[in-house]
Design a protein around this ligand. Sequence first.
Ligand SMILES: NC(=O)c1ccc[n+]([C@@H]2O[C@H](COP(=O)([O-])OP(=O)(O)OC[C@H]3O[C@@H](n4cnc5c(N)ncnc54)[C@H](O)[C@@H]3O)[C@@H](O)[C@H]2O)c1
Length: 348
Amino acid sequence: MKNILITGGTGYIGSHTCLALLKRGFNLTIIDSNINSSSLSISRVKKILKDEYYDEKIVFFKGDIRDKKFLDEIFLNSIKQNNRIQGVIHFAGLKAVSESLFQPLVYWENNVYGSICLFEIMGKYDCKNIVFSSSASIYKNNSLKPILETSEIKPCTPYGQTKVAIENILEGIFKTSSNSWRIANLRYFNPIGAHESGLIGENPLSTPNNLFPIVCRVADGSICELQIFGNDWPTNDGTPVRDYIHIMDLAEAHCAGLDFLFKNKPQFINLNVGTGIGTSVLELVNKFMEVNNCRIPYKYSQKRLGDLPFVVAENKLITSILEWRPKRNIEQMCRDGWQWQKNNPNGF
Ligand SMILES: NC(=O)c1ccc[n+]([C@@H]2O[C@H](COP(=O)([O-])OP(=O)(O)OC[C@H]3O[C@@H](n4cnc5c(N)ncnc54)[C@H](O)[C@@H]3O)[C@@H](O)[C@H]2O)c1
């Protein structure tokens, strides 16, 4: 079976994707610096799979993708062991949008330089298949319409700019290598929730700044109140609308993306990964309370600079070309996410 390198594989999306890939039979080589994660997520993934058979299918290396020597050794060893890395899913990166506003250089250095190191070593070892974790934050989107892959690209934060830069680097590699690479940029919308076992989930090592982890912490009492930024947005109830996608649906999109790349001719493709369904902050909070029978006290506060009223994917392209469609609804996202938080209030 093919060996896939997962950078950032112990993180939130990475760990769920490792689970989905193992179920499909892939061998995995995982790299993570653990700057925002714990390698315990791998033992939890194995626990979910409940079979020693999987132990031999995963190797983990703690290290940084900016260390080319480290990457080189991993690729070389995979060849020596007759388990050559044939594809990469590249999650490793810093992702706190607001932090990137204050520390842009840290984001450029980690995300962009780290990616350059990775692509260079992939090229050296003739590994030319990659799924890259891009983001909906690259779009300009000031309208109330679903976003297409061809919509205007104009990120308003250094975080989003690093994602565009990495996509552009990949496009350059594709064009200058006689189109020999297979590259899929998956532009995620808002992944939330956790695996239904409650054994793996989102585990930010610093204060969370995304809505869903904050809602979970308000539910367990570790944050006393949710702040909703603005209630006069041009949406049905005045709160911002987002396209929330269950983390396992997102994980499965990576499996489908890899399958697609391996089965088709070399190409460079951009795909939105969302449900195409918009949910407002208020709708999400109300659904969370209803499904989990708990209280989420909230108050409205000032809108934040750069926030947008409506960020929802047009997902026709991905659902037409990949063997994938989102299966889980907002109830399941709320239930599974709370299950993880309740069982693991301090993370792993
Ligand atoms: N979670 C989201 O809402 C979201 C949305 C769009 C895109 N993304 C992107 O998806 C990817 C995964 O996100 P996530 O939510 O799982 O975040 P995460 O922080 O849980 O996972 C990222 C992982 O990368 C590791 N990492 C960071 N820099 C590294 C480096 N230089 N070398 C090795 N490892 C490094 C971290 O330790 C972490 O485990 C990120 O690239 C993120 O930008 C996430």
